[in-house]
Design a protein around this ligand. Structure first.
Ligand SMILES: O=c1[nH]cnc2c1ncn2[C@@H]1O[C@H](CO)[C@@H](O)[C@H]1O
Length: 343
């Protein structure tokens, strides 16, 4: 059986993917035309070049430029539906997708217009394919932004939309954006029963992950690959079962890891840390979740049973309701048996 057949037969869960960063190139080009955003590339070739990032800060700059094409409820509905359908087409049954309300509220977009749109897209995709999507709203931790209103606005947005928003995140650059300033937002979120999944240890070291645990009550860590800098932290994450959402191609494309052979995922697995495999901003990084699973086998040298383990781990690390988790566990176990028999 080929690697492709193997990966395609595996039911999957996606835990770390950004909605705005999932915009299909064709959709971005069409929305830019429709809304007269005239300082972006106008063809696929230009967009591919636009998505060659010098470093992480350059990536964030491009991200902020691209989201400006999203204006009305229909745009958000298309984005959410296409993102969810794209995942469903890769065998994803359940996804926790991050979006950043404050990036849009800050541009004058109405909160209900935004949420109405993405909910319409979510429910259309669920009706069409059965995929279950829940939302994570993240605070954009941008150094040049007024972060108090961004934090408070994001939490308020989430708390008023609990029907499908399940967690609070924190994204953006880590350097020069100290984590303790977000403590209050994450404490309010925790006390209200929202889950906490901040990015940490993507572009800076172990200290940021400790801060995410101490100040932000993190239940999972976005990326977290720099945990390896600190053996005490590795031990803590393992002992307290704090999962890392690992996105290998993202790390290469933003320049925080040089190449696949240098990627720490195999080491994290060897150390028995709880890890899942995710796609982050797939079209911007020239990847898909399916590609990440293929890279795990071919470029990171993981065995097939380890890759099944990654798919199963994503179920365990998810905040899906217990009956759905049970169904997904059973489905992955059955697929693993079939794949074992076929090989
Ligand atoms: O890999 C990533 N790391 C950090 N932030 C990211 C990533 N991908 C997308 N964003 C987005 O960048 C926004 C601007 O601050 C964040 O809010 C986050 O959603």
């Amino acid at each position: 059986m080929s690697d492709e057949e193997f990966v395609d037969a595996l039911p999957k869960v996606e835990l770390h993917v950004h909605l705005e960063g999932s915009m299909r190139p064709r959709t971005l080009l069409a929305l830019a035309r429709r809304h007269g955003v005239d300082d972006l590339p106008t063809d696929i070739e230009g967009l591919t070049k636009f998505y060659e990032f010098r470093d992480f800060d350059h990536f964030i700059e491009v991200y902020l430029a691209a989201v400006r094409v999203l204006r009305d409820a229909d745009d958000f509905a298309v984005l959410a539906r296409e993102t969810a359908l794209g995942l469903a087409g890769q065998g994803v049954r359940y996804a926790e997708i991050t979006f950043t309300p404050f990036l849009h509220l800050g541009r004058g977009i109405d909160a209900d217009e935004l949420f109405g749109g993405i909910e319409r897209g979510r429910l259309d995709a669920e009706r069409e394919t059965g995929i279950q999507v829940r939302w994570v709203t993240d605070i954009p931790g941008l150094p040049n932004m007024n972060l108090r209103p961004a934090s408070e606005g994001t939490v308020e947005f989430a708390l008023n939309r609990r029907e499908s928003v399940i967690a609070l995140g924190l994204g953006g650059p880590e350097a020069g954006v100290p984590r303790p300033q977000f403590a209050e937002a994450f404490t309010v979120a925790r006390d209200a029963g929202l889950h906490r999944v901040p990015h940490a240890g993507e572009t800076t070291g172990a200290r940021t992950i400790w801060d995410a645990l101490e100040y932000l009550h993190a239940e999972r860590i976005g990326h977290g690959i720099r945990a390896l800098d600190d053996p005490a932290l590795v031990e803590h994450l393992r002992a307290h079962h704090i999962p890392l959402e690992v996105c290998p191609t993202s790390n290469l494309r933003t320049g925080v890891v040089a190449d696949y052979p240098d990627h720490p995922l195999p080491t994290l697995i060897e150390l028995a840390l709880p890890v899942s495999l995710n796609s982050d901003d797939p079209p911007m990084f020239g990847t898909t979740l399916r590609d990440e699973y293929l890279h795990a086998l071919r470029s990171l040298g993981l065995r097939r049973d380890q890759v099944v383990g990654l798919a199963a781990a994503a179920v365990e690390h998810s905040f899906a309701p217990a009956p759905l988790k049970d169904a997904l566990r059973a489905e992955i176990a059955a697929a693993a048996d079939r794949l074992q028999a076929a090989s």
